[in-house]
Structure formats: structure tokens, C-alpha cells
Design a protein around this ligand. Structure first.
Ligand code: ARG
Length: 272
């Protein structure tokens, strides 16, 4: 048996040397062709901040939500698979900068500043700012003045709050995740949270006995549009835009929208 072992070792060693020297080149070519035949899709790495229901949140260890379903549908249409990781907000942008991530998908508003640093798909969702508040009276954006305000750091909610109370206001507390912002509101560390409408409404719906109220202000806050984010110069933008268009037109977008929002989307308005 020791003879057998020695033989085996020699055979295994030879195989290793062969493949290491590229001796297995012919085999590898065949394998590649077969891979193409079975259409193994390229996997794109996606970062997100998954405390933003109903767009992205963790459920049994998986990132789930409207954004997840939509991105999978669009990627599939474009011929790609996606691996979505809850990187957090700042790490997502850093990963896009360093091109370690191929995509950022996190209810990310298309803003002129961000467009300077990243590529965006066409809009896939219309949003606006909403104020969620507790134990105070807030009827419009102006009423934010003099209140303790929570925002998710680096989001349009922060920028909206700063527009009203000033950029360096000590009344604004910045949290790393949307969840921490809501927690601060819940535990009375802040009196108001400024965030995206669908997320505020979802939180209110899921926390009915907390006395949280919500209000919007169309005079102060402009409509916003979410886009899929790519590193600057990404090769995928065009394919994803084309695929997004298909998904908008073929009813798949409407199907996903109805699943998460219980109503029909206005697809035509989005395409304008
Ligand atoms: N739409 C806002 C923005 O782009 C907030 C997005 C926050 N997203 C998240 N997954 N926490 O600034």
C-alpha cells in the first residue's frame, strides 16, 4: 500500500505540474466553451445599505426589497447575475470609487454632485423628502427650525434638513444608517427625522403604536429620482439602461412595484 501511495503522489504531482505549466490548456479551452454553452453569467458585485425598507432590508440574513427584485430583473435582462452585499452607505461609495464594486443599489438619488463622481442609470423611482416626527408639532419644513433633527449621514435627507436649518446646525444629528436614525427618533434623541417618503411611510406602518407622524413639503423639497450607480466610466451603464427600459415596458417593473407598494406605478412619468 505504501507503494500505491507513492504512485498516487507522483501522479497527483504530475497533474499539478501539468496544469501549472499550462499543460492543461487544451482542456481549459474546451471547458470555457462549454461554460459559454451553459451560459454561466458574469456575476457583478453590488453594495447596499440594507436598513432602508421597503427598498432594501435584511430578512433572514438576506438582503431583500424592491431594489433587490428590480436590480435582479434588470441584471437578468442584461445577461448578468448579481451578488448583493450589505456594505453600508459610505463603504458602498468607497467600493464604487475603487471599482471593487460594480454597482451601488440603495435608493440612491441622482444628484448633480454625485453625477460628477459616479455614473447613473436612468431613473427607476420617483421620491421626495418626508419629515417623520414625534411629540412635537411640525406642519411644514420651516417647523424643523429649533427642533432636534436626525438624518442618515450623507443622504439627501441631510441636505434637505440643512437647507432649512443651516449646514452647520448643531441641531442635526447624523447617523450611519437609516435604522439608527429611526431609533434616535423612537428613543427621543431627536424630535424629527428627515428621509425619503416611502421609507418614512413604511416605518410608520410597521411601528403603528409609536406616535410617529409624517409630513411632506412640496414648496421646500423637490422631487428626487433614484438611479442604479456605477463607477465612473463603467462598461455596464448602457446595457443596464437598455435592460431597465425593457423591464419598464414589458410589465416586469409593474409586477415588482405592485408586490412592494400595492399599487400601479406611473411608468410613463418615470420615462420622461
Ligand atoms: N435617497 C437618499 C439619498 O440618495 C437616501 C438613500 C439612503 N439609502 C439607504 N439604503 N440607506 O441620499
Amino acid at each position: 500500500t505504501s507503494m500505491k501511495k507513492t504512485l498516487l503522489t507522483i501522479v497527483a504531482g504530475c497533474a499539478l505540474v501539468l496544469s501549472a505549466c499550462g499543460g492543461g490548456g487544451a482542456d481549459k479551452d474546451t471547458a470555457d466553451k462549454e461554460g459559454a454553452k451553459t451560459e454561466a453569467k458574469k456575476v457583478l458585485n453590488v453594495g447596499t445599505e440594507a436598513t432602508f425598507a421597503p427598498f432594501e432590508f435584511m430578512d433572514k440574513g438576506e438582503v431583500t426589497g424592491f431594489d433587490v427584485d428590480l436590480l435582479k430583473a434588470v441584471a437578468n435582462e442584461a445577461g448578468y447575475d448579481v451578488k448583493i452585499e450589505n456594505t453600508g452607505w459610505d463603504a458602498m461609495f468607497a467600493g464604487l470609487q475603487s471599482k471593487q464594486l460594480d454597482i451601488g443599489m440603495a435608493g440612491i438619488t441622482i444628484t448633480p454632485e454625485r453625477v460628477d463622481s459616479y455614473d447613473f442609470s436612468n431613473p427607476y423611482f420617483e421620491s421626495k423628502t418626508m419629515i417623520a416626527f414625534k411629540d412635537v408639532k411640525i406642519e411644514n419644513a420651516e417647523d424643523l427650525k429649533g427642533k432636534k433633527i436626525g438624518v442618515q449621514n450623507g443622504t439627501t435627507g441631510q441636505f434637505a434638513a440643512e437647507k432649512i436649518v443651516g449646514q452647520n446646525s448643531s441641531d442635526i444629528s447624523k447617523y450611519e444608517t437609516a435604522a439608527l436614525m429611526f431609533q434616535a427618533l423612537q428613543s427621543d434623541n431627536v424630535q424629527a427625522a428627515v428621509t425619503d417618503i416611502a421609507v418614512a411611510l413604511e416605518y410608520q406602518k410597521n411601528n403603528p403604536d409609536t406616535g410617529i407622524e409624517t409630513v411632506t413639503d412640496d414648496k421646500q423639497f423637490e422631487p428626487e429620482y433614484y438611479g442604479i450607480v456605477f463607477p465612473k466610466g463603467s462598461e455596464y451603464v448602457e446595457e443596464f439602461d437598455k435592460a431597465l427600459n425593457t423591464v419598464l415596458d414589458n410589465g416586469k417593473y409593474a409586477e415588482i412595484y405592485k408586490k412592494w407598494f400595492d399599487e400601479e406605478p406611473d411608468v410613463e412619468a418615470l420615462k420622461k
